[in-house]
Design a protein around this ligand. Sequence first.
Ligand SMILES: [Fe+2]
Ligand SMILES: [Fe+2]
Length: 139
Amino acid sequence: MAFEWKDRYKLDIEEIDKQHRRLFDIGARVYDLAVLNDSYDHYDEITQLIVELLDYTEYHFTFEENLLEKYNYGELDKQKHEHEFYVRKIKSISSKDIDADQKQATLEIVDFLSEWISSHILFSDRKYAVYFKENGINV
Ligand SMILES: [Fe+2]
Ligand SMILES: [Fe+2]
C-alpha cells in the first residue's frame, strides 16, 4: 500500500521521525481518497491534500537542511538536490492528473511519491543519522 509507514524508516531522531511520519500520514490520506471507488468526485479534496503535502514537505526539507548545515554535514548539497527534485515532482501534479477520469494517473503519481520518500529516508536520510551518531551529535 502506498504511503504506509514502516518502523524501519525510523532514524531515532525524535523530531525528524515525527515529521517523516506526518509526511506519510498526509500521503496516506491522498492515497485513500485516490483509491475510493464510490460515485463521488474527490477532486477538490485531493487537490487540497496535495497542497498540504507540498507545504509540509517543504517545511520538513527546510528544517532538515538547516539541521544538516548547523552540524556541518558533508552531503548537504546532495540532500538539497534530492529535495528539490521531489518538490518539483509534487508541483508538477497538474489538475488534469487528478481529474476523476484520471484515477490511474493519480495513483501512479502517489505511488511514485511514496516510493521516492521511502528510499530517500532509508538511504539518504539514514546517512546523516549515522553521521550524527558517529560524531556524538544529539539533536
Ligand atoms: Fe532528506
Ligand atoms: Fe527527511
